[in-house]
Design a protein around this ligand. Structure first.
Ligand SMILES: Cc1cc2nc3c(=O)[nH]c(=O)nc-3n(C[C@H](O)[C@H](O)[C@H](O)COP(=O)(O)O)c2cc1C
Length: 212
């Protein structure tokens, strides 16, 4: 696929079909994502690829926690919306307002981890340098673009990492690693209302300053 097409086709998908994702394809996507730059080539991240029965165990555990209304407590702290810049708050409010009918499907879809057929958990060693967050973001973005290039959809979400204690119990993630983000992979369910959610972007001139 043309790079530009892979870039433009990618959207967050909040409901995947039951079609499994080929493990070798995901390995290849991750290998290519390793081409991302990182601080002094530190490559500080670790990847946990969870599929099959292991993923169903996590999905079930998370569902139970969601049903009980358990509050999320991600390793990376969540900043209240009111503490973001005015512009960021405006963008978030606009996106939330635009959800429309699909908003009702968001929570149930999230509680089932969007029916993702594979989840990639990205971790950093505890006490990581803030630069490593930049590196991990670049790595994660390479993953979702690599997926898009192969006709796979993705979902980058806090939702995957809101219960790190449970994840450490279910997965071989040691205590000395912070679970930063999760990326769900699969094929987009075209019938799901929740997949009609769109997200606009600010006009370029609002984020770009050119100094000549
Ligand atoms: C770090 C991060 C965490 C996110 N967490 C969630 C989440 O928990 N739930 C959700 O519905 N979307 C989540 N998203 C998706 C964003 O809402 C989405 O990327 C944004 O609205 C832009 O839409 P697009 O990805 O379709 O272009 C997250 C995105 C990022 C980058």
């Amino acid at each position: 696929m043309e790079f530009k097409q892979a870039l433009q086709n990618r959207h967050s998908v909040r409901m995947f079909t039951n079609q499994a994702v080929d493990l070798d394809t995901i390995r290849e996507i991750i290998r290519e994502a390793q081409l991302a730059p990182s601080w002094v080539n530190s490559q500080p991240y670790h990847v946990y690829l969870v599929v099959g029965e292991a993923l169903e165990r996590v999905r079930n555990e998370q569902y139970q926690l969601e049903q009980k209304g358990t509050k999320g407590q991600s390793d990376v702290p969540v900043m209240p919306r009111t503490e973001w810049t005015v512009q960021a708050q405006q963008n978030m409010a606009e996106w939330t307002k635009g959800l429309g009918e699909a908003a009702r499907e968001m929570r149930p879809a999230a509680a089932k981890l969007y029916n993702a057929q594979a989840v990639i958990y990205l971790t950093l060693p505890k006490e990581y340098s803030p630069w490593s967050l930049y590196d991990l973001g670049a790595f994660g973005n390479n993953i979702i673009l690599g997926a898009s290039d192969r006709g796979l959809s993705s979902m980058t979400a806090y939702q995957f990492v809101k219960y790190p204690k449970m994840l450490r119990q279910q997965l071989p993630i040691p205590d000395n690693e912070d679970i930063i983000i999760g990326i769900g992979l699969g094929y987009r369910d075209a019938t799901a209302l929740v997949n009609q959610i769109t997200a606009s972007r600010m006009p370029l001139d609002k984020i770009l300053t050119i100094d000549k």
